[in-house]
Design a protein around this ligand. Structure first.
Ligand code: CTP
Length: 392
């Protein structure tokens, strides 16, 4: 998986920096093209000449004093993968808080490719609430983390905080690149549709769009070409093609304009809409005893019914149990159904977590524990990659 891939190895200031010299060698042996960035603190521990001798190119050490006009953005775009090893507590804190103080943090902020962090620090620093919180934030942003391990630390201490071994970092790097989107087109629908009664009122549902947006963010980081058709007013990764819609009809129109290899339909599409939409606000005094409803288009059916359908993932947000979801998976003819019981605490609409089960074409079920929606998104994309590429 590393053959021919461009790995930017960022070395920050810890004694574990010496191990990154060996990591650079192992990455090269695995066929990767390696360039190196070092912070001033890293240079206190290892000489740049060590990395120059291994990679054949002097490391980049400054945002300014360099042959490149804009090293952070140029290297950020050059890389297929950024590995920060060792990643100090200070570096993790800066990245988590968007502070681009040196070449490494500026590059990490500027890149859209996957980033693998290998933390290394003393146990007390690793366990400090600030570090714990920063790690949580970094994981939410979609950064990958490998280690740290437990073992001897600088100064004779022992405990968790020791940087992951080069072989482990190599395996993690290879795993990340194996799950990449490589520019494949992926369509994601998100949010609940709003079906207007009049210019002010609508029929809607409780879907927040968080799950679909989490999938879109994770897919962008994996290098997919992402089109997100959404009703939700949530932030998106700048590399996402966003089509904002409101109604099922508009969502169908947007979906019809796409030709993806993979479709993940996470939107909660209204099944019914008001048959007529009033052109001006219906005055209270006029009264409204009933609303006549008409069916909305089945977007999923239109996708699955294409001459060459994409690999299609459907969602079954249910109150009716797993058996009903299995029946729905068959009926809807999807490649993968993501089931969740919306009545369960921490699961479903508006929450930041979700407990889902995957149902595949054969009816085989994999139940996942309660996870952050971002983590659920990663698991869905892992299943998609495994099915589409035969990769695990
Ligand atoms: N879906 C869709 N278009 C619709 C309705 C649903 O694309 N008009 C998609 C959803 O995005 C989801 C899947 O179909 O991926 C299942 O949605 P759900 O609302 O559970 O399906 P329904 O057909 O409404 O099933 P039921 O009313 O029987 O629960």
């Amino acid at each position: 998986m590393l053959r021919g891939r461009r790995v930017l190895l960022c070395v920050t200031g810890g004694v574990a920096a010496y191990k990154s010299a060996y990591l650079a060698r192992r990455l090269l042996e695995a066929g990767a093209v390696v360039r190196v960035e070092m912070t001033d603190s890293a240079l206190e521990f290892v000489g740049s000449q060590t990395f120059a001798a291994i990679t054949g190119e002097s490391p980049f050490t400054s945002l300014f004093d360099t042959v490149l006009v804009s090293p952070h953005t140029e290297l950020a775009r050059w890389a297929d993968l950024v590995v920060v090893a060792p990643a100090t507590a200070a570096t993790l804190g800066r990245i988590a808080n968007g502070i681009s103080e040196d070449l490494v943090t500026a590059t990490v902020l500027a890149t859209t490719v996957p980033v693998l962090l290998a933390p290394a620090m003393h146990t007390e620093m690793w366990e400090h609430p600030a570090t714990v919180r920063n790690l949580e934030t970094l994981r939410e942003f979609g950064y990958h983390v490998v280690g740290p391990e437990e073992g001897p630390l600088a100064g004779g201490d022992v405990g968790p905080g020791r940087v992951a071994e080069p072989e482990e970092i190599l395996a993690a790097a290879s795993g990340i690149l194996a799950r990449e989107g490589r520019g494949r087109k992926i369509l994601i629908t998100a949010g609940g549709t709003r079906e207007p009664v009049d210019p002010v009122r609508f029929l809607g549902n409780r879907s927040s769009g968080k799950m679909g947006h989490a999938i879109a963010d994770a897919a962008v980081v994996r290098g997919y070409d992402v089109t997100l058709v959404t009703t939700a007013d949530l932030p998106v990764h700048p590399a996402t093609k966003v089509i904002r819609v409101e109604t099922a009809e508009e969502m169908l129109g947007a979906v019809e304009g796409t030709d993806p290899e993979i479709a993940i339909l996470a939107a909660a599409v209204a099944d019914f809409r008001p048959a007529d939409t009033a052109e001006s606000k219906i005055p209270r005094a006029d009264g409204l005893s009933s609303i006549e409803l008409a069916s909305t288009p089945d977007i999923l059916a239109s996708v699955v019914g294409r001459a060459i359908p994409p690999f299609t993932v459907g969602f079954a947000a249910e109150t009716g149990g797993l058996e009903r979801a299995k029946e729905k998976a068959r009926r809807k003819n999807v490649d993968l159904m993501v089931y969740n019981d919306v009545t369960e605490p921490g699961s479903g609409f508006g929450t930041d977590t979700n407990r889902v089960a995957f149902i595949d074409r054969d009816g085989a079920v994999e139940e996942l524990p309660l996870l952050a929606k971002r983590e659920v998104a990663e698991r869905i994309l892992d299943r998609v990659a495994a099915a589409v590429d035969g990769q695990g």
